[in-house]
Design a protein around this ligand. Structure first.
Ligand SMILES: Nc1ncnc2c1ncn2[C@@H]1O[C@H](COP(=O)(O)OP(=O)(O)OP(=O)(O)O)[C@@H](O)[C@H]1O
Ligand SMILES: [Mg+2]
Length: 267
């Protein structure tokens, strides 16, 4: 199973759009996929049109009330299961503050799970709190969506510091495997410049002893496409909402790259 957290502490960079549409495309290709919504905003949950009856448990109950993943997940498409979030997840940070090993809860729940998946994808919130730490402790790969504007690299270094700490203290298997350029506007020179800078930075880190030394900047850039922004209100992935859109084309191409990545280390 490949386990991937889609993470960036900066808000609105394309995490959820990437997590949802990558999950949908992988599932459509025949892989068995679990998507964990670890954001109290519950945007990934809403994106699949999952509406919430108050009594139905969510990922909050997995983290705080010791529910198993099986009690929470629901199938949202062929081959695709969602572990939904609800606004109450916002309280988890506080409620877990005195719990020993609180960063490891999700990892243990995944290890104890009885269902086998090919991909487990976690949509992280825009913060570096206990929810994101749970995601980083539970996965082996991180995808970082970046919106190419001039502070993008600045935020990236902060994020990489966090990943380095987690890899040293909580999860030695953690690696950044890919950077996804989202909301790309190829006609602007700024976008091209930032994309070039990100590539140059990642290339300069090759061979270093860091969790991102093998990271790629995906060739596929996700272009800005209004259809991607519209799809969530219809509770559909871009492939159901508008399969002919640039958004569907770009996420389709990205998933081809993801599937073709060679597994690390062979362990
Ligand atoms: N390529 C794109 N083209 C146009 N709109 C996009 C694109 N990608 C994402 N959006 C829209 O931009 C907004 C932010 O995207 P998204 O929710 O994926 O970011 P996020 O990083 O998950 O945000 P948050 O940090 O709040 O969780 C959403 O309204 C989304 O529909
Ligand atoms: Mg999001």
């Amino acid at each position: 199973m490949r386990t991937i957290a889609v993470m960036n502490q900066k808000g609105g960079v394309g995490k959820t759009t990437t997590a949802v549409n990558v999950s949908a495309a992988l599932a459509a290709s025949g892989a068995k996929v679990a998507l964990i919504d670890l954001d109290p905003q519950a945007h990934a949950t809403l994106h699949f049109g999952v509406t919430f009856e108050a009594e139905f448990p969510s990922v909050y109950d997995v983290l705080v009330n010791d529910e198993p993943l099986s009690a929470v997940r629901r199938q949202v498409a062929e081959n695709l299961w969602l572990i939904p979030a609800h606004l109450d997840l916002a309280a988890a940070d506080f409620e877990l503050s005195s719990v020993f090993g609180r960063e490891m809860i999700l990892r243990d729940k995944i290890a104890a799970d009885d269902m086998q998946f090919d991909y487990l994808i976690v949509d992280c919130p825009p913060s570096l709190g206990v929810l994101t730490l749970n995601a980083l402790s539970a996965v082996e790969e991180v995808f970082i969506p970046l919106q190419p504007h001039f502070l993008a690299l600045h935020g990236l270094s902060k994020l990489l510091q966090t990943i380095e700490l987690v890899s040293k203290r909580l999860n030695s298997k953690l690696r950044v495997s890919g950077v996804v350029l989202c909301m790309f506007e190829g006609r602007t020179s700024l976008a091209k410049e930032v994309a070039g800078d990100v590539r140059a930075f990642m290339t300069s880190e090759r061979g270093a002893e860091s969790p991102w030394s093998d990271a790629v900047v995906f060739e596929t850039k996700i272009r800005r496409n209004v259809r991607l922004a519209e799809a969530p209100s219809f509770g559909q992935s871009i492939f159901d909402y508008d399969p002919r859109s640039n958004g569907a084309e770009d996420y389709g191409a990205l998933v081809e790259e993801i599937v073709a990545m060679r597994p690390r280390g062979g362990v």
